[in-house]
Design a protein around this ligand. Structure first.
Ligand code: C2E
Ligand code: MG
Ligand code: MG
Ligand code: MG
Length: 284
């Protein structure tokens, strides 16, 4: 009986494993042709200055419109793109598209708005990175001060010495650097002070229950204090409610990103929002 059950368990396990492997293989296959088939699109989410309620920057967020599966979230396909190396080409497309978009807003006389781009650790580790970015800047004509790169803690916390050099090169070009998902990685604070970075981006996981959870509030407070001491900007991501906003305001968080102000929007919708500005909200 035990043997039989064991075999059945094994069969069940192996079937579901195969199904998953197949699904992943199919995704990988279609990911290889997604660029030439123009299935990617960039959405843009405002980053808002809390005092003035002006949009200071937008974060470019990739969307994949799969021919049969519909929208596939980046959380699902970015890891596959990283494992297969496809992230290099996809990442270059993101950079070109986002920088060209930002340049066209400047040309059309929109209020100044920085472009924030997520950089995978796979892209960051490549020695060709700075050359690629220089090329994109030259090609699109976007002034580098308009460009901000979002890197995760884990991307910068390995090969520390080499990364410091790389970050310095980018800084010298006039590009801003933000540490994404801050607080979820394993930043060594003694390293952090050596990194030439501009902004800490408080991870959404600390914001979600901010109004109910004293520990999350303590973490947010600690990150603010750290940023203040180290002279860094702070942005909170994933802000959805007035009660979260009230706490962030109390701790004088500079920038806010989240559904409360706006979801990520396609290029036409963000264009309209940038032109008109956010609707005036009642102060609470
Ligand atoms: P991220 O860089 O931390 O981006 C923030 C994510 O939080 C985005 O998810 C955004 O849509 C979502 N978000 C923003 N405000 C709220 C809110 O108020 N509530 C909730 N529930 N979510 C909010 P998205 O667009 O699904 O992207 C997920 C992740 O995929 C990103 O996390 C980033 O790590 C990665 N990603 C997206 N686009 C790119 C890209 O072009 N290149 C690379 N390398 N990674 C990307
Ligand atoms: Mg990001
Ligand atoms: Mg983030
Ligand atoms: Mg995040």
């Amino acid at each position: 009986y035990a043997k039989e059950r064991g075999r059945r368990c094994y069969k069940f396990y192996s079937d579901s494993l195969n199904a998953r492997a197949l699904e992943r293989l199919q995704l990988e296959e279609s990911l290889r042709t997604a660029l030439v088939r123009e299935e990617f699109e960039l959405y843009y989410q405002p980053q808002v200055d809390l005092k003035s309620e002006q949009i200071t920057s937008v974060e470019a967020l990739i969307r994949w419109n799969h021919p049969t599966l519909g929208m596939v979230s980046p959380g699902e396909f970015i890891p596959i793109a990283e494992e297969t190396g496809l992230i290099i080409e996809i990442g270059e497309w993101v950079m070109k598209t986002a920088c060209a978009q930002a340049k066209s807003w400047i040309d059309e006389g929109f209020p100044p708005c920085r472009m924030s781009i997520n950089l995978s650790s796979v892209q960051f580790k490549r020695s060709a990175l700075t050359e690629t970015i220089k090329d994109v800047i030259e090609e699109t004509g976007l002034p580098p001060e308009y460009l901000e790169l979002e890197l995760t803690e884990s991307a910068v916390m390995t090969d520390v010495e080499q990364n410091i050099q790389r970050l310095k090169q980018l800084k010298n070009m006039g590009i801003k650097i933000a540490i994404d998902d801050f607080g979820t990685g394993y930043s060594s604070l003694s390293y952090l002070k050596k990194f030439p970075i501009d902004t800490l981006k408080i991870d959404r996981s600390f914001v979600t229950d901010l109004a109910e959870n004293k520990e999350d509030e303590a973490i947010v407070k600690a990150i603010m204090a750290l940023a203040d001491t180290m002279n860094l900007g702070v942005i909170a991501e994933g802000v959805e409610s007035q009660s979260q906003l009230a706490i962030l305001r109390q701790y004088e968080c500079e920038l806010i990103q989240g559904y409360l102000f706006s979801r990520p929007l396609n290029k036409d919708d963000i264009g309209m929002l940038l032109k008109t500005g956010l609707p005036k909200r009642k102060q609470q």
